[in-house]
Design a protein around this ligand. Structure first.
Ligand code: PLP
Length: 229
């Protein structure tokens, strides 16, 4: 079951979006990057269509969800109503949801084990869909957290390509909450560079400006846009 949706509405969604856009613009300017080199993923998990619609109306087209079932319940109607929506899966994926994930999502940020690679490879061929794929790293080596430990990353990325025929486009990380994020972003960028991966999914509401400094191409921002969950 999806988590219980919040009934309290953030009437200020578009103003949250505007503030985030302003901070992205500032971070890009500071680091001499083009705004177009950073994709903002508005993370709408736990929020219902009536909170999401104003953000779409304000011009945002790229959204992230962390659960396949919740996304399946919310997004088909929104996608039908608003052409050009791009949907990203940023949360853990189970093999038995790979079919639905490949059908619904344009990008999957949580590739982190052989069983997922196998399930995704099968569905990608079967459905003739090509979602953008990111390998999730566990840069803090936290036991409770998903992702590949840094020392296993090169071998895992190679096996995605060589054993499963998956085209991996980038890396994703979620730094430990109590750590300074910069070293985790730097490590993720370094591992991506040596594996010829162009995309970096890193940075959330609290640290997306820092992530942009370290080369993030995809930032995943929820509460700064939609309010507290
Ligand atoms: C919820 C979530 C986000 C967004 O977090 P905020 O702090 O609300 O911006 C980003 N990435 C992942 C993987 C998430 O689950």
């Amino acid at each position: 079951m999806p988590p219980e949706p919040r009934t309290e509405l953030t009437g200020d969604s578009p103003s949250g979006l505007a503030a985030v856009e302003a901070e992205i613009a500032r971070a890009c300017k500071d680091t001499k990057r083009e705004r177009s080199s950073v994709k903002l993923i508005a993370v709408s998990k736990t929020f219902e269509a009536d909170a999401i619609s104003p953000v779409i109306t304000a011009g945002q087209r790229v959204f992230g969800e962390n659960r396949v079932q919740e996304a399946k319940a919310k997004w088909p109607a929104l996608i039908a109503a608003h052409p050009g929506i791009e949907l990203h899966l940023i949360g853990p994926l189970q093999s038995n949801k790979a079919k639905e994930a490949v059908t619904l999502f344009d990008a999957i940020h949580s590739v982190d084990r052989p069983s997922i690679c196998e399930a995704l490879a099968k569905e990608i061929v079967k459905q003739d869909r090509k979602p953008l794929l990111f390998v999730q790293l566990n840069t803090g080596e936290e036991p409770q957290k998903a992702g590949i430990p840094p020392q296993d990353a090169d071998a895992f990325i190679a096996s995605c390509r060589d054993s499963y025929g998956l085209q991996i486009s980038g890396l994703m990380c979620i730094p430990p909450v109590d750590d300074a994020p910069a070293p985790h972003f730097a490590l993720t960028a370094k591992i991506a560079a040596r594996n010829n991966l162009k995309l970096l999914s890193m940075g959330m509401s609290a640290d997306f400006a820092i992530a942009i400094q370290f080369g993030a191409t995809h930032i995943r921002v929820g509460s700064a846009i939609f309010g507290h969950r």
